[in-house]
Design a binder for this molecule. Sequence first.
Ligand SMILES: [Zn+2]
Length: 397
Amino acid sequence: MLAIHADSWFDGAAFHHHPVTVVIDAGQISAMHDGRVTVPHAETLHVGFLSPGLVESHAHLFLDGHVYDTAMRSAYMEAGREVFLATGRKNLERLRASGITLVRDCGDKWGINHALRAEAAGTTLPVVRSAGVAIRRKGRYGSFMAEEVTDAVTAGAAVRTRGDSDDLKIVLTGIIDFAAAAVKGGPQFDLTELNAITAAARELGKPTVAHCSGREGIDLAVQAGVGSIEHGFFLDAPLLDRMAASGTAWTPTWIPVSWVRDNPASCGVGPDGVAGLGRILDQHRANLLEAHRRGTVILAGSDAGSLGVRHGDGLHDDLAAYADAGIPIAAVLAAATSAPRRAWGLPGGRIARGEPADLAAFAASPMTGLSHLRRAVATVVAGRLWRADLSASLAVA
Ligand SMILES: [Zn+2]
């Protein structure tokens, strides 16, 4: 049995500015007491702040965000399975040290995400939610993460082989032309094809996740009932309203784009690109606040593994950007705790009696600085305690 004394806490929706004792037994929160209560026979931990375990809603575990340079990135892509697995293991340790207990891997074509999911199960590492291999249009963007399909029939058939994926990942649009401040090319699938994909995923009972930016692609995704829009650059108010009405979630992945703006030379981006990136990010920032005001579901995700986006720090950089856009801290933290678990139909994301013991503890409250969440002092996954002070893994954090 474990008893956590916290000076203040967040229950998944609201902050509580008084001490609490959370008792954990058999993987569940078995009791909660106001104040610091001594629980006989329990290991006791004193922490400054307690939250449901944080969730990184968009990551690629096999990729190392410390690789800053596009030439180095190209060489890394040839490194092979054992190197990718070793990178993924380190990334999971970084995520844990950052208070993350659940990570959604949004695709890799080698299936490293599935292998890491199996390795992490039953340990104190974060639970891995794995999309496995994504689906893209033949010849279009997404070669590092997706299988190629050519039409509604081959797309539907590919989906039906994804029984072991937690989510079905669709690469729906291309990458962004920074100088033009626009998405390159039209959507990879038309509405008939996309409907075939989402229908096949529904038959399998899998949520759909679409890499998607630009109004044309996002409009298609909402029409086809895609579960979450990843990146979502160039959103507008009417689309945010429709997403709020249909329950379509949005994972904003702010930091990979702002990293390119701040490090243009690493990516060969010139002055026109930097100016375009400024316009893209201004619009994205405004859309974040509009999404919050409209009740659009926001899932905090950083696309960790992208150039310059380190696992763990990436999520915290994204959270800082959401707060900077004007979203209240409680809503920012909900986007990284309760909202994703609710969107994926998972239990937890709340601190209450009877809930799964899936927690992150920190030295101090984010109400006195969001940066206090960057380093966890402890995490609990399905009742399994990890303590930073007893762990050698801080060396990689
Ligand atoms: Zn991604």
